[in-house]
Design a protein around this ligand. Sequence first.
Ligand code: GDP
Length: 238
Amino acid sequence: MEADAGPIGEPPREKTPIVHQWLESRSIKSPVKLCENDIMTIDFRQTAFLTSVPKVDRAPPDEGAEVAFAGRSNAGKSSALNTITEQRSLARTSKTPGRTQQINFFDLGGNHRLVDLPGFGYARVPQAMKEQWQRNLTEYLHIRQSLRGLILLMDCRHPLTDYDQQILIWCADVGLAAHILLTKSDKLKRGPAGNNLLAVRRRLPEFHPDASVQLFSALKKTGIDEARRVLSDWLSER
Ligand code: GDP
Protein backbone atom coordinates (compact mmCIF):
# COMPACT_ATOMS: atom_id res chain seq x y z
CA MET A 1 0.00 0.00 0.00
CA GLU A 2 1.58 3.24 -1.03
CA ALA A 3 1.58 6.28 1.23
CA ASP A 4 -0.95 9.00 0.76
CA ALA A 5 0.76 11.71 -1.25
CA GLY A 6 -1.05 14.42 0.70
CA PRO A 7 -3.31 17.22 -0.36
CA ILE A 8 -3.05 18.94 -3.67
CA GLY A 9 -3.48 22.61 -4.42
CA GLU A 10 -6.70 24.51 -4.41
CA PRO A 11 -8.79 24.26 -7.59
CA PRO A 12 -9.08 27.34 -9.74
CA ARG A 13 -12.17 29.20 -8.55
CA GLU A 14 -12.12 31.76 -11.35
CA LYS A 15 -14.39 30.79 -14.20
CA THR A 16 -14.24 32.20 -17.71
CA PRO A 17 -17.45 33.87 -18.93
CA ILE A 18 -18.19 30.91 -21.21
CA VAL A 19 -17.88 28.48 -18.32
CA HIS A 20 -20.11 30.74 -16.25
CA GLN A 21 -22.85 30.70 -18.86
CA TRP A 22 -22.66 26.97 -19.05
CA LEU A 23 -22.69 26.54 -15.29
CA GLU A 24 -25.79 28.66 -14.99
CA SER A 25 -27.59 26.33 -17.37
CA ARG A 26 -26.51 23.35 -15.32
CA SER A 27 -27.77 22.23 -11.93
CA ILE A 28 -26.74 19.32 -9.75
CA LYS A 29 -28.85 16.32 -10.57
CA SER A 30 -31.20 15.02 -7.93
CA PRO A 31 -30.15 11.80 -6.17
CA VAL A 32 -30.55 8.70 -8.25
CA LYS A 33 -33.77 6.76 -7.84
CA LEU A 34 -33.17 3.05 -7.58
CA CYS A 35 -36.62 1.64 -8.15
CA GLU A 36 -37.04 -1.94 -9.27
CA ASN A 37 -39.08 -1.00 -12.34
CA ASP A 38 -36.48 1.21 -13.95
CA ILE A 39 -35.83 0.01 -17.46
CA MET A 40 -32.16 -0.63 -18.21
CA THR A 41 -31.72 0.77 -21.68
CA ILE A 42 -27.96 0.59 -21.96
CA ASP A 43 -26.16 -2.65 -22.64
CA PHE A 44 -22.82 -2.15 -20.95
CA ARG A 45 -21.44 -5.33 -22.47
CA GLN A 46 -21.27 -3.51 -25.83
CA THR A 47 -18.58 -1.13 -24.54
CA ALA A 48 -15.67 -0.74 -26.96
CA PHE A 49 -12.44 1.24 -26.80
CA LEU A 50 -12.74 4.51 -28.68
CA THR A 51 -9.62 6.58 -28.15
CA SER A 52 -6.91 7.70 -25.72
CA VAL A 53 -6.01 11.38 -25.50
CA PRO A 54 -3.50 13.35 -23.41
CA LYS A 55 -5.79 16.37 -23.00
CA VAL A 56 -9.45 17.21 -23.30
CA ASP A 57 -8.92 19.35 -26.41
CA ARG A 58 -8.13 16.11 -28.27
CA ALA A 59 -11.23 14.33 -26.97
CA PRO A 60 -13.98 12.97 -29.24
CA PRO A 61 -16.71 15.49 -30.20
CA ASP A 62 -18.49 16.84 -27.15
CA GLU A 63 -21.89 15.38 -28.10
CA GLY A 64 -24.29 12.91 -26.56
CA ALA A 65 -23.57 11.89 -22.98
CA GLU A 66 -20.64 10.51 -21.04
CA VAL A 67 -19.80 9.46 -17.49
CA ALA A 68 -16.25 9.61 -16.16
CA PHE A 69 -14.52 7.24 -13.73
CA ALA A 70 -11.87 8.64 -11.39
CA GLY A 71 -9.97 7.21 -8.48
CA ARG A 72 -6.69 6.97 -6.66
CA SER A 73 -4.31 4.53 -8.27
CA ASN A 74 -5.03 1.02 -7.00
CA ALA A 75 -8.56 1.93 -5.89
CA GLY A 76 -9.96 -0.72 -8.21
CA LYS A 77 -11.06 1.50 -11.11
CA SER A 78 -10.01 -0.86 -13.90
CA SER A 79 -11.54 -3.84 -12.13
CA ALA A 80 -14.81 -1.95 -11.65
CA LEU A 81 -14.92 -0.85 -15.30
CA ASN A 82 -14.28 -4.40 -16.43
CA THR A 83 -16.91 -5.80 -14.12
CA ILE A 84 -19.59 -3.28 -15.04
CA THR A 85 -18.98 -3.79 -18.76
CA GLU A 86 -18.27 -7.53 -18.47
CA GLN A 87 -15.16 -7.03 -20.55
CA ARG A 88 -11.60 -7.95 -19.78
CA SER A 89 -9.86 -5.87 -22.39
CA LEU A 90 -10.93 -2.42 -21.21
CA ALA A 91 -8.60 -2.33 -18.22
CA ARG A 92 -5.77 -3.72 -20.31
CA THR A 93 -6.33 -0.86 -22.72
CA SER A 94 -6.22 1.74 -19.95
CA LYS A 95 -3.14 0.21 -18.35
CA THR A 96 -1.12 0.03 -21.54
CA PRO A 97 2.16 1.84 -20.81
CA GLY A 98 1.84 5.38 -22.10
CA ARG A 99 -1.91 5.39 -21.64
CA THR A 100 -2.08 5.44 -17.85
CA GLN A 101 -1.83 9.23 -17.79
CA GLN A 102 -4.23 9.62 -20.71
CA ILE A 103 -7.97 10.06 -20.79
CA ASN A 104 -9.43 6.87 -22.23
CA PHE A 105 -12.81 7.00 -23.97
CA PHE A 106 -15.06 3.97 -24.41
CA ASP A 107 -18.02 3.85 -26.71
CA LEU A 108 -21.32 2.43 -25.49
CA GLY A 109 -23.20 3.09 -28.74
CA GLY A 110 -25.97 5.65 -29.12
CA ASN A 111 -23.49 8.49 -28.54
CA HIS A 112 -22.94 7.34 -24.95
CA ARG A 113 -19.44 7.03 -23.55
CA LEU A 114 -17.58 5.91 -20.45
CA VAL A 115 -14.40 7.82 -19.71
CA ASP A 116 -11.49 6.44 -17.71
CA LEU A 117 -9.59 9.35 -16.18
CA PRO A 118 -5.93 8.95 -15.17
CA GLY A 119 -5.39 7.44 -11.74
CA PHE A 120 -4.04 9.83 -9.15
CA GLY A 121 -2.27 9.75 -5.82
CA TYR A 122 0.96 8.09 -6.81
CA ALA A 123 3.21 8.97 -3.87
CA ARG A 124 6.38 9.24 -5.90
CA VAL A 125 5.06 11.35 -8.75
CA PRO A 126 6.83 14.74 -9.01
CA GLN A 127 4.87 17.82 -7.94
CA ALA A 128 4.85 19.25 -11.48
CA MET A 129 3.07 16.12 -12.72
CA LYS A 130 0.49 16.32 -9.94
CA GLU A 131 -0.22 19.91 -10.90
CA GLN A 132 -0.55 18.93 -14.55
CA TRP A 133 -2.98 16.17 -13.56
CA GLN A 134 -5.02 18.69 -11.58
CA ARG A 135 -5.10 21.16 -14.49
CA ASN A 136 -6.18 18.46 -16.94
CA LEU A 137 -8.90 17.15 -14.67
CA THR A 138 -10.39 20.52 -13.74
CA GLU A 139 -10.30 21.54 -17.40
CA TYR A 140 -12.13 18.37 -18.36
CA LEU A 141 -14.77 18.86 -15.64
CA HIS A 142 -15.27 22.49 -16.61
CA ILE A 143 -15.57 22.37 -20.35
CA ARG A 144 -17.06 18.98 -21.16
CA GLN A 145 -20.74 19.64 -21.79
CA SER A 146 -21.62 16.01 -22.49
CA LEU A 147 -20.32 14.98 -19.04
CA ARG A 148 -23.30 13.88 -16.95
CA GLY A 149 -21.65 12.63 -13.81
CA LEU A 150 -18.52 11.31 -12.17
CA ILE A 151 -18.07 7.89 -10.61
CA LEU A 152 -15.43 8.16 -7.90
CA LEU A 153 -13.79 4.94 -6.74
CA MET A 154 -12.41 4.58 -3.24
CA ASP A 155 -11.06 1.53 -1.47
CA CYS A 156 -13.75 0.91 1.16
CA ARG A 157 -11.01 0.52 3.79
CA HIS A 158 -9.49 3.95 3.06
CA PRO A 159 -12.30 6.23 1.89
CA LEU A 160 -12.35 10.00 1.47
CA THR A 161 -8.64 10.72 1.17
CA ASP A 162 -7.67 14.35 0.59
CA TYR A 163 -7.69 13.67 -3.15
CA ASP A 164 -11.17 12.19 -3.02
CA GLN A 165 -12.47 15.15 -1.05
CA GLN A 166 -10.93 17.55 -3.54
CA ILE A 167 -12.52 15.82 -6.51
CA LEU A 168 -15.95 15.91 -4.86
CA ILE A 169 -15.52 19.64 -4.23
CA TRP A 170 -14.54 20.21 -7.87
CA CYS A 171 -17.66 18.31 -8.98
CA ALA A 172 -19.84 20.37 -6.66
CA ASP A 173 -18.21 23.56 -7.97
CA VAL A 174 -19.28 22.79 -11.53
CA GLY A 175 -22.68 21.32 -10.59
CA LEU A 176 -21.72 17.82 -11.64
CA ALA A 177 -23.37 14.77 -10.08
CA ALA A 178 -21.08 12.34 -8.26
CA HIS A 179 -21.52 8.74 -7.18
CA ILE A 180 -19.01 6.83 -5.10
CA LEU A 181 -18.16 3.16 -5.38
CA LEU A 182 -16.58 1.89 -2.16
CA THR A 183 -14.54 -0.82 -3.79
CA LYS A 184 -13.15 -4.16 -2.59
CA SER A 185 -16.04 -4.47 -0.14
CA ASP A 186 -15.28 -8.21 0.05
CA LYS A 187 -12.21 -7.29 2.09
CA LEU A 188 -14.44 -6.28 5.00
CA LYS A 189 -17.07 -8.24 6.89
CA ARG A 190 -20.66 -7.16 6.38
CA GLY A 191 -20.86 -5.12 9.61
CA PRO A 192 -17.69 -3.04 9.15
CA ALA A 193 -18.46 -2.56 5.42
CA GLY A 194 -21.93 -1.26 6.30
CA ASN A 195 -20.48 1.01 8.96
CA ASN A 196 -17.98 2.47 6.49
CA LEU A 197 -20.78 3.04 3.99
CA LEU A 198 -22.82 4.93 6.58
CA ALA A 199 -19.82 6.93 7.76
CA VAL A 200 -18.98 8.04 4.21
CA ARG A 201 -22.64 8.83 3.46
CA ARG A 202 -22.80 10.98 6.57
CA ARG A 203 -19.68 12.99 5.64
CA LEU A 204 -20.48 13.54 1.97
CA PRO A 205 -22.43 16.81 2.39
CA GLU A 206 -19.19 18.40 3.63
CA PHE A 207 -17.86 18.08 0.07
CA HIS A 208 -20.80 17.73 -2.31
CA PRO A 209 -24.46 18.58 -1.70
CA ASP A 210 -25.95 15.38 -3.07
CA ALA A 211 -23.35 12.81 -3.96
CA SER A 212 -24.43 9.21 -3.48
CA VAL A 213 -22.44 6.17 -2.37
CA GLN A 214 -22.62 2.37 -2.50
CA LEU A 215 -20.52 -0.70 -1.76
CA PHE A 216 -18.92 -2.52 -4.69
CA SER A 217 -16.87 -5.65 -5.15
CA ALA A 218 -15.43 -6.64 -8.51
CA LEU A 219 -14.26 -9.88 -6.97
CA LYS A 220 -17.65 -10.93 -5.61
CA LYS A 221 -19.56 -9.11 -8.34
CA THR A 222 -21.69 -7.18 -5.90
CA GLY A 223 -23.06 -3.68 -6.43
CA ILE A 224 -23.04 -4.02 -10.23
CA ASP A 225 -26.76 -3.45 -10.79
CA GLU A 226 -26.79 -0.43 -8.53
CA ALA A 227 -23.79 1.10 -10.33
CA ARG A 228 -25.29 0.35 -13.76
CA ARG A 229 -28.52 1.99 -12.74
CA VAL A 230 -26.75 5.19 -11.78
CA LEU A 231 -24.90 5.16 -15.12
CA SER A 232 -28.08 4.45 -17.11
CA ASP A 233 -29.95 7.13 -15.25
CA TRP A 234 -27.30 9.77 -15.95
CA LEU A 235 -26.65 8.75 -19.54
CA SER A 236 -30.30 8.69 -20.48
CA GLU A 237 -31.06 12.11 -18.95
CA ARG A 238 -31.87 14.74 -21.53
P1 GDP B 1 -6.81 0.72 -10.46
O1 GDP B 1 -5.36 1.07 -10.33
O2 GDP B 1 -7.67 1.68 -9.72
O3 GDP B 1 -7.26 0.53 -11.87
O4 GDP B 1 -7.02 -0.66 -9.67
P2 GDP B 1 -7.13 -2.16 -10.21
O5 GDP B 1 -8.48 -2.44 -10.76
O6 GDP B 1 -5.96 -2.48 -11.07
O7 GDP B 1 -7.03 -2.94 -8.81
C1 GDP B 1 -5.94 -2.76 -7.93
C2 GDP B 1 -5.75 -4.03 -7.14
O8 GDP B 1 -6.91 -4.27 -6.34
C3 GDP B 1 -5.56 -5.28 -8.00
O9 GDP B 1 -4.64 -6.12 -7.36
C4 GDP B 1 -6.94 -5.89 -8.04
O10 GDP B 1 -6.91 -7.28 -8.23
C5 GDP B 1 -7.46 -5.54 -6.65
N1 GDP B 1 -8.93 -5.44 -6.65
C6 GDP B 1 -9.69 -4.69 -7.46
N2 GDP B 1 -11.00 -4.85 -7.18
C7 GDP B 1 -11.07 -5.74 -6.17
C8 GDP B 1 -12.16 -6.33 -5.42
O11 GDP B 1 -13.36 -6.08 -5.65
N3 GDP B 1 -11.84 -7.17 -4.40
C9 GDP B 1 -10.54 -7.48 -4.13
N4 GDP B 1 -10.31 -8.31 -3.11
N5 GDP B 1 -9.49 -6.96 -4.81
C10 GDP B 1 -9.75 -6.11 -5.81
